[in-house]
Design a protein around this ligand. Structure first.
Ligand SMILES: Nc1nc2c(ncn2[C@@H]2O[C@H](COP(=O)(O)OP(=O)(O)OP(=O)(O)O)[C@@H](O)[C@H]2O)c(=O)[nH]1
Ligand SMILES: [Mg+2]
Length: 376
């Protein structure tokens, strides 16, 4: 494969340029931000450009594998488009803005179809922030038709039935990760959601399960970020590396080859900051990591979708929901899990390392929606 560097103002422009010159065969391999003088006579005014490295396949076999890669990417883009459409719907619906729902309204809509106990569960779910149609669907599938009541009622115990329904409507990874740890696991997400703290908690759990753990941070931008993680890692006596570039990351991974799992922390990025997201993508290129998106449970639901869409430029393997202790409306977690079908890895429930973490399970999800909360 031949590689070439082109200077463009955006990745979009790079893709268009490639299509024009090489058709579908060429791909973007990496990109980096560069500063150029906009006008030579104004020496202090720089403009931000992207230097994009492109790969151009030379033989038939390579073309074939590029075709597959392209198809894979197209599939991903289609999924993202689909999520975007769903996001538009959510934004159109005023309930997304957490408007209070009137108890009588909910119950009057449900009383013909559901038993009283099923109605109560739906109503509780809605008060916890689960969207009405999602709560209804999850409970409907947890129920069977009771001939005597002539209504839908839980097949067995409400909790057990909900667990079964959640298995059909959401995905959970949870403890399973310890049986089959990823070689390289990267946490991405918006700023301040708790990525670094979660890495420390996960490192502890992997270690407790007898796995050999290594930790790498890519966050050398923020003052104190390296020290923050280093301190935790030192207490756990784990090897720790700091990497600044794709090459340093690959070297660090090679140095930690004897580890069962390498946890990689990244600097928080706004989901709107395309340039910094692309920088991270370029650093991760060639590593094939399992990427987990960390979202804070107290974020507005539509911001969560927005993050899923924007961070969708990484192959997201699963979701981590942090700061569950800071929300009284965990229903948004159920909504996002239901809609995106991305597996949930874990929840974090406080600032204390390593204790405040719960690996996700369907039972935990059911508890989340059945527990008493803020009800009128
Ligand atoms: N209440 C609560 N606070 C948390 C939780 N997880 C992390 N925090 C706190 O949130 C703050 C930010 O946590 P970090 O782990 O530094 O977040 P980050 O995503 O790494 O932040 P950046 O690297 O700056 O993007 C810290 O004060 C943490 O103690 C949690 O589950 N609950
Ligand atoms: Mg951090």
């Amino acid at each position: 494969m031949k590689t070439e560097k082109i200077i463009v103002s955006s990745l979009q422009e790079a893709v268009e340029e490639l299509r024009k010159t090489y058709g579908d065969k060429a791909v973007v391999l990496s990109s980096r931000v560069i500063k150029r003088k906009k006008w030579w006579f104004l020496p202090f005014i720089n403009t931000t450009l992207l230097e994009v490295t492109v790969g151009i396949p030379e033989d038939e076999e390579e073309k074939e594998s590029f075709k597959e890669e392209l198809e894979e990417k197209e599939k991903l883009y289609r999924e993202i488009e689909n999520l975007k459409r769903q996001l538009q719907e959510v934004l159109k619906d005023p309930k997304a803005q957490n408007q209070p729902v009137k108890e009588e309204e909910i119950l009057s809509e449900l009383e013909d179809a559901f038993s009283i106990r099923a109605q109560k569960v739906i109503s509780r779910m809605i008060h916890k922030g689960v969207r009405k149609e999602i709560a209804r669907k999850i409970v409907e599938d947890a129920c069977g038709y009771d001939i005597e009541l002539r209504k839908l009622d839980f097949k067995e115990d409400a909790f057990e039935s909900l667990v079964e329904s959640l298995k059909r409507h959401t995905k959970v990874e949870g403890e399973a990760i310890f049986d089959n740890p990823p070689d390289v696991m990267v946490l991405v997400g918006p700023t301040g959601v708790g990525k670094t703290t979660t890495i420390a908690k996960l490192a502890y759990l992997f270690k407790r399960k007898g796995k050999r753990v290594g930790v790498i941070t890519l966050d050398s931008y923020r003052v104190g970020a390296v020290e923050q993680l280093k301190a935790f890692v030192k207490i756990m006596e784990l090897p720790f590396k700091v990497a600044d570039s794709s090459q340093e990351l690959q070297e660090s991974i090679r140095d930690l080859q004897d580890r069962d799992v390498i946890l990689v922390d990244t600097a928080g990025r706004s989901q709107h900051d395309k340039i910094r997201l692309n920088e991270l993508r370029a650093i991760l290129e060639g590593v094939d990591p399992k990427v987990y998106l960390t979202l804070s449970a107290n974020m507005a639901e539509f911001v969560m979708y927005e993050s899923v869409v924007q961070f969708g430029m990484f192959p997201i393997k699963g979701l981590i929901f942090s700061k569950l202790d800071e929300t009284s409306y965990p229903g948004n977690v159920i909504n996002v899990a239901y809609r995106t079908k991305l597996p949930i890895l874990c929840f974090t429930t406080g600032q204390t390392v390593p204790d405040d973490i719960v690996m996700a399970s369907y039972e935990f999800l059911a508890k989340l929606i059945l527990e008493e909360g803020h009800e009128p």
